[in-house]
Design a protein. Sequence first.
Length: 296
Amino acid sequence: MQLQRRYAVLIRFLIIMVDLILINLGYIIAFLLKFGWHIPAENSTSYLITWPWLTLAALSLFYFYKLYGGYRWRWGEVFAALTCVVFFQAMAAMAISFLLRGFSFPRTVLLLAPLIQLVLLALWRRMIWRLERGMIQSVRAIVVGQPREAAALAKKLEQATGGSIKVLGLVVDTLPEKEDNKSHDLAYRPILGVVQEFAECLAKNDPDQVFVCSALSQEQKAGVVYACVDVDKKVLLVPDLYEIMLSQAKLDQVDDVPIFSLGRLNIPEESLIVKRLMDIVISLVALVITAPLNIL
């Protein structure tokens, strides 16, 4: 286990290094396309002054869009995150070059580099994405919920993960009627039992993970969770609005009575900080772009 963890850390470090190299390679290729092999000293100096900050901005954006922290099942999600990274990296590059007085940093390079970076990162990340999907072992799962909702979730899990999750069957709150059994989603899903018999279904099928739909009652969800905890099985719950709000509740106290304080849904603190930084960056870029108009 320790060896696997070190191997995973090493792989992640390699991915980070290649990502940052490709970001800087995009700027270098843009310089070469504009100037050829003879780049003027004043232009290259502007890049050399700003590249550490450009690299730091790129690293922050990669982490913000969870390209290292969370696994993304679909390539479309990865590509969308890369597009956002490249776009905001371009905004950050304009602001950084302005703040560091890199006025000889060519604007054509700043406009051309994001396109090159997106192509390079997309090719690299597509290769990594395919390798990751090939290395992932199939996960055996059970879905617990109301018949139609459980069948729909089972279908989505298998399609979104490309077969990495194999749904063994459904555990439902009530057995479906004959008309429901004819539905396309339910037709090919074995019913393993009802929620009241979940512990027996769990012992009989021995899944790796258990997915719990949101429409079950709190008592039924609690029973499923307790049964999974007893046998050390991973359980994943699809939250409803109440549970989403409860996850952001603050623990307070009135005299000796503990209470949960619920308010409106708040933006996470780290996201709020990044949002404010991006507001500043975009404002600076807008000032730079509109500066000639103010002079006139």
